[in-house]
Write a protein that binds this ligand. Structure first.
Ligand code: AMP
Length: 349
């Protein structure tokens, strides 16, 4: 999606991926290797004007030597903060962004203490390398402590208070090296089993949007950020509680391809390539639905007026994100009924 956004601007991408048949290979030259393969990373950096990432678990140590060969954007510090849920929450707290009560957990005795201090219910998560609900265990009673420890114990963990949220929302913005910032309208996100199922946008809520923008701006400034940055929030009793940040283009912003004047992918490229940022104005009311595990029948979905179909060309695997569709309508009511219709045609495995 980055490469496709770059073509009209005359920008040519090159990728590094583990497999030669990665989606990017359909549209751009690709190097294959582990994402921390020092040799391949050097080749990639030496051949390109700027290097970016759309997967946040690549280590800062792997990227550091590349900074003498090319520009690495977003900055490595942003990547490193986002890789550890404890340092991420510490940054949010320092910037006066509300977070769930939490405690670091390295052994079972600490888990028992954390449950006592933070309370129940709560979520035990791996501090690092967790995404899409992987590496998480919900504790409803203290009887779950042994089971939770058996499931996740061993690596650094965080125990956080379960948030009885009314919604989950995200804000995406882009910042240029000169410090210009653009914000996309809020997305309202529906997850199942920790994985994003669908988003609707714009989620129009003046007060929450103002807070989300303030928080995103603080994080961007603190990190001297360049590129697209996403903040995910729980809405709890009408207020935002930050869950996590993603220093990259984000699944909850895929709707911006059809739904905004300039997509998140294009604005990420514009930001990292020192081009002026584009308008984030929404062109209507959008819904984005992920295709998880199986690809739905395009023939049937494409009968829905205003629907765009994206097949990433990936091998099906349970719960794997294989593609998505976006519905764009002028009115929210029309969008909602088309979304319900589409959801009936899509099975998640
Ligand atoms: P994460 O990997 O932290 O983004 O979590 C994935 C999903 O799990 C979130 O989008 C929520 O739906 C759910 N979740 C994570 N942490 C909490 C929490 N503290 N309280 C309630 N739900 C949570």
């Amino acid at each position: 999606m980055l490469a496709l956004a770059g073509y009209p601007l005359g920008l040519r991408c090159m990728f590094l991926d583990r497999s030669a048949d990665a989606p990017a290979a359909q549209v751009a030259p690709i190097l294959t290797g582990e994402l921390e393969d020092a040799v391949q990373l050097r080749v990639l950096a030496a051949a390109n004007d700027v290097l970016t990432f759309d997967w946040e678990n690549i280590s800062g140590a792997a990227l550091a030597p590349l900074e003498t060969l090319t520009r690495v954007r977003p900055p490595r510090a942003a990547l490193e903060v986002s890789q550890d849920r404890i340092t991420e929450k510490a940054l949010f707290s320092k910037l006066r962004i509300p977070v769930a009560a939490h405690a670091a957990v390295d052994d079972e005795a600490q888990l028992i203490r954390a449950v006592g201090k933070v309370g129940l219910p709560g979520v035990l998560k791996t501090r690092r390398l967790g995404y899409d609900g992987k590496g998480q265990f919900v504790l409803r009673t203290s009887a779950h402590i042994d089971e939770a420890w058996a499931a996740l114990g061993g690596s650094g963990l965080i125990y956080e208070k379960f948030q009885a949220f009314s919604r989950e929302i995200s804000i995406i913005g882009a910042r240029s090296a000169a410090g210009d910032i653009v914000f996309y309208p809020l997305s309202a996100n529906t997850h199942g089993g920790g994985i994003l199922h669908y988003s609707t946008a714009p989620f129009a809520h003046v007060r929450l949007e103002r807070s989300a923008r303030t928080y995103l701006r603080r994080v961007m400034k603190a990190l001297d950020y360049i590129g697209v940055l996403t903040l995910e929030f729980f809405v709890v009793e009408g207020r935002l509680v930050a869950n996590e940040m993603a220093p990259r283009v984000h699944n909850s912003g895929h709707w911006t391809i059809e739904g905004c004047v300039t997509s998140q992918f294009e604005n990420h490229l514009r930001a990292i390539c020192d081009l002026p940022l584009g308008s984030t104005r929404a062109l209507g009311n959008a819904a984005m639905i992920n295709f998880l595990g199986t690809l739905p029948d395009a023939d049937r979905l494409l009968t829905i007026d205003g629907l765009a179909f994206h097949d990433y060309g990936k091998e099906p695997r349970p719960a794997r994100k294989l593609g998505h569709c976006t519905i764009l309508k002028s009115r929210a009511t029309e969008r909602n009924s088309a979304l319900l219709h589409a959801l009936k045609l899509i099975q998640w495995s």
